[in-house]
Write a protein that binds this ligand. Sequence first.
Ligand code: PSV
Ligand code: MN
Length: 408
Amino acid sequence: MGYEIKEAYKVLCDQLADRGIDVDDVKAKLKAQDVETPSWAYADGGTRFKTFKQPGAAITYQEKFADAAQVHKFTGICPRVAVHVLWDFVDVEISEVVEYAKSVGVGVGAINPTVFEQEEYMYGSIAHPDPKVRQKAVEHMLDSVEIGRKTGSNFLSLWFADGTNYPGMDDFVDRKHRVEDCLKTVYDAMPETMTMGIEYKLFEPGFYHTDIADWGMACKFAEKCGPNAKALVDLGHHARGVNIEHIVATLIDEGRLAGFHFNNARYADDDLTFGSVNPYEGFLIYNELVKAEAADPDLKIAYMIDQSHNVKPKIEAMIQTVEAIQYTYAKAMCIDRERLAKAQAEMNIVDCENIVSQAFFTDVRPLLHTVREEMGLDPEPLQAFRDGGYQQKIAEERGIRDSGGGLG
Ligand code: PSV
Ligand code: MN
């Protein structure tokens, strides 16, 4: 560690001690952080206008896992890869995927059934008026539960493109009942150790309504299934201006927060890298998480990334995101909770806000630098990845190719 960083670390430790914060506890939490990266973020992705091809972008599951393993190698906190069943498990033995993942140093994470790409799903999957189509979607989800059993993955991550495009196209309540029935069938087939994460999204591809449009609907559907069904918060799936940290706090209090799909959005479901557009939003969300963790150290929340790196180099973008998540978590742990509680009790609103923002403006980089060194990692993951030459190697070996890619 350079002299300047050592000095900065000491100054930071003093600052945190003044705020009544146990630095060792913060470091232990940062070392235990666990964030899943998605297989599809390593493949070429794009917008509805164009999918730009990048040299070295992954196509096969082997390439995706190998790329994800680089992110884990340099950050130390991304040991699993979320998979999309029809993008990653076509014509393969599940055991082979598990073995391959292990061989490169990662594991299989959340299982995402893919129920939105086939022709039959033009009018929806589990909300579709035709019982045959619903059955197809349910069977695929039941297969996904089996994949979870075989891979040892205990998170079933559900997102549906179901919705309508025009008023009168279908009946809201009939569709709601179809969704309830299908989800319950899948839930009942899950092992007790599995969590069902129900993702909501206010629009797209349905532009008039979506069947699971917001956190309240996801929560209601979850309640109808059982205790292991919960809402999954993708940061890009809200209307602009919505207070996501409030949603997070409410879901935690209700015992219904399954986890996150981290990304950042400015206009819609932009799938930009976390913290790039609105870092303060991420910080305020983490503030709720830090409080909830302190109240219940056994709280189980699945932290996952769901981004589409259509213009940034994919592995670099992922490392940049993971670093942003680490800094955000660390900053949220820098809030002087005692002073905040006192200011809140006194209704000293100016101080309340300042105590929170003081943490946001704290430079936690020396802390992460130290944490990484203590974990046996290079303190600068992005630079270390660049110096490793992996990107040049895959660019040369794989070149520019036609590939599937994901929605993001
Ligand atoms: C849908 O927009 C979504 O957020 C869901 O999580 C999908 O599984 C993923 O993106 C597909 O890229
Ligand atoms: Mn998502």
